[in-house]
Design a protein around this ligand. Structure first.
Ligand SMILES: Cc1cc2nc3c(=O)[nH]c(=O)nc-3n(C[C@H](O)[C@H](O)[C@H](O)COP(=O)(O)OP(=O)(O)OC[C@H]3O[C@@H](n4cnc5c(N)ncnc54)[C@H](O)[C@@H]3O)c2cc1C
Length: 462
């Protein structure tokens, strides 16, 4: 009899797992607490910005799940795991049995310690908006009007996306970041400086090294005494892996649910975890590319194939209008020699960390024209000659024809190469066969060019 695989969570990792299990001999049930069809969370800021409708974010429709013979339950919140009975318990008391359980419950936003954020009755101050789900996005969208003022608390990837979206909508937006530069979790101070300059140029004020400490009806008070009058406060200052279910069920939990290289809980070999909620080799991730890679590995494990996740490849792309950021590995802490070029006038920063001739980390801000090639060299561990790292950081000559090699990775989210895209006749076929463009969407232009829907490709984009 086919194994009963039950997935808790209907987010980006869960959908990728379902896609990879099409045709497998499993009986799949996906329990998703949100009421809408699974959607692309990365593009929420595009909905806020007004460039995408909420419907356009759907990753796979309920009809698609049905057509595959999968059981997608929307609005189904899992309350408890009963490991002895191998069942999950929903809020309405229904029990669902599993042979294999996959925890793909993502992360939950953390509330920063700001006085007045939460009112006496436990509700958030009416001006305050978290930004994690489609419901959050709709609520913020309804409060967004040109000429209003907004303070975005948190200058990480999410904060920058939201700040750009609000600013494009005509909201006077300010970003408050406690660290001494933007995107401090991913890049160093020079790159953060370039981003702050870019944001200011685009009309958004940035306060770094300043913490929001108090929320009043007049605005947000910073620890340096400044008061920022505002109509809206958006919280984007981080999230933490959703581990409550696992913890209560006695699974080993560190920052996330601890799994081995087969994405299996180290406590219970019937339970797996993928995506933002999983912790592998003491690391949690928080980005789509690793979540999708984990989903693909786990699908192979569930099919009974040999597969292992090494967690070595880490790629993050920021989707925000007018801001270009790509981060490979951890360029702040990776050991090696640093080759770096900052051009504050052009608004670009490129940093490669090279160890033993191999690129072990990179941060690219403002100009991603070489990201496809750099990602390919990073992924393959190609040994570079002494001049090559420097050459990679030089801007590409505008007229230099640079054919994109078949092996170059074009879609960092789904890990799709130029050759795989060239093998498709249309963008639609490519989306269907490879899922390229369905993550952050940063590769859409190159995909269109590679399948010949517009002019030839000369610029590699990841
Ligand atoms: C606004 C925003 C912008 C982002 N932008 C980027 C970006 O530009 N690039 C990038 O790489 N990453 C980005 N991320 C991060 C990316 O979205 C996550 O890494 C990715 O969604 C992780 O997938 P996941 O399936 O682990 O979690 P999620 O997609 O969060 O899905 C988890 C799902 O599980 C559900 N769930 C939780 N508990 C239960 C339960 N008990 N029962 C049933 N369901 C449950 C949740 O409601 C949620 O729907 C962004 C995140 C946000 C919020």
């Amino acid at each position: 009899m086919a194994e009963r695989v039950v997935v808790v969570g209907g987010g980006m990792a869960a959908v990728r797992l379902a896609e990879q299990l099409v045709g497998a001999d499993v009986c799949l049930t996906v329990l998703a607490d949100e009421p809408h069809a699974p959607y692309n969370r990365i593009l929420l800021s595009a909905v806020l910005e007004g460039t995408h409708s909420a419907d356009a974010l759907t990753l796979r429709s309920p009809e698609w799940f049905e057509a595959q013979g999968f059981d997608l339950r929307l609005g189904a919140r899992v309350l408890e795991l009963d490991r002895d009975a191998r069942e999950v318990v929903l809020v309405d008391g229904e029990r669902i049995a599993y042979d294999r359980l996959v925890l793909a419950c993502g992360s939950i936003p953390t509330l920063p310690p700001i006085r007045g954020l939460v009112r006496r009755d436990g509700t958030l101050h009416p001006k305050v908006h978290p930004f994690r789900s489609l419901a959050d996005c709709r609520r913020l969208d309804a409060a967004t009007h040109p000429g209003r003022r907004a303070v975005v608390v948190g200058g990480g990837l999410l904060g920058l996306q939201v700040a750009r979206a609000l600013s494009v909508r005509g909201v006077l937006t300010e970003v408050v970041e406690g660290a001494d530069h933007l995107l401090a979790g991913q890049v160093g101070a020079p790159a953060g400086g370039v981003l702050a300059r870019d944001l200011r140029r685009l009309g958004t004020e940035v306060y770094t090294g300043a913490r929001a400490v108090r929320m009043t009806d007049d605005g947000v008070q910073l620890d340096n005494g400044a008061l920022l009058p505002t109509d809206l406060v958006v919280l984007t200052a981080g999230g933490r892996p959703s581990t409550a279910l696992a913890r209560r069920a006695g699974l080993m939990v560190g920052r996330g649910i601890v799994v081995d290289s087969t994405l299996t809980s180290v406590t219970d070999d019937r339970i797996h975890a993928i995506g933002d909620c999983a912790e592998h080799r003491r690391r949690t991730t928080g980005f789509v590319p690793p979540a999708w890679e984990q989903a693909e590995v786990l699908a192979r494990v569930l099919r009974g194939e040999e597969a292992a996740y090494d967690g070595l490849r880490s790629v993050a792309r920021l989707r925000a209008t007018g801001l270009e950021v790509a981060v490979l590995g951890d360029p702040r802490t990776a050991e090696g020699e640093v080759v770096e070029v900052t051009n504050p006038i052009a608004g670009s920063h490129r940093r490669l960390v090279v160890h033993g001739g191999r690129i072990v980390a990179a941060a690219l801000v403002g100009d991603l024209s070489r990201v496809g090639l750099i990602t390919q060299l990073y992924d393959r561990g190609t040994i570079l000659g002494p001049d090559e790292p420097g050459q990679l950081l030089l801007p590409e000559a505008a007229d230099a024809p640079t054919p994109l090699p078949d092996e170059a990775e074009v879609c960092a989210c789904a890990g799709v190469s130029a050759g795989e895209i060239r093998a498709c006749g249309t963008v639609a076929e490519c989306v269907d066969r490879t899922r390229a463009t369905t993550g952050c969407g940063g590769c859409a232009d190159v995909v269109r060019r590679l399948v010949g829907e517009v002019g030839p490709v000369r610029v590699p984009v990841g």
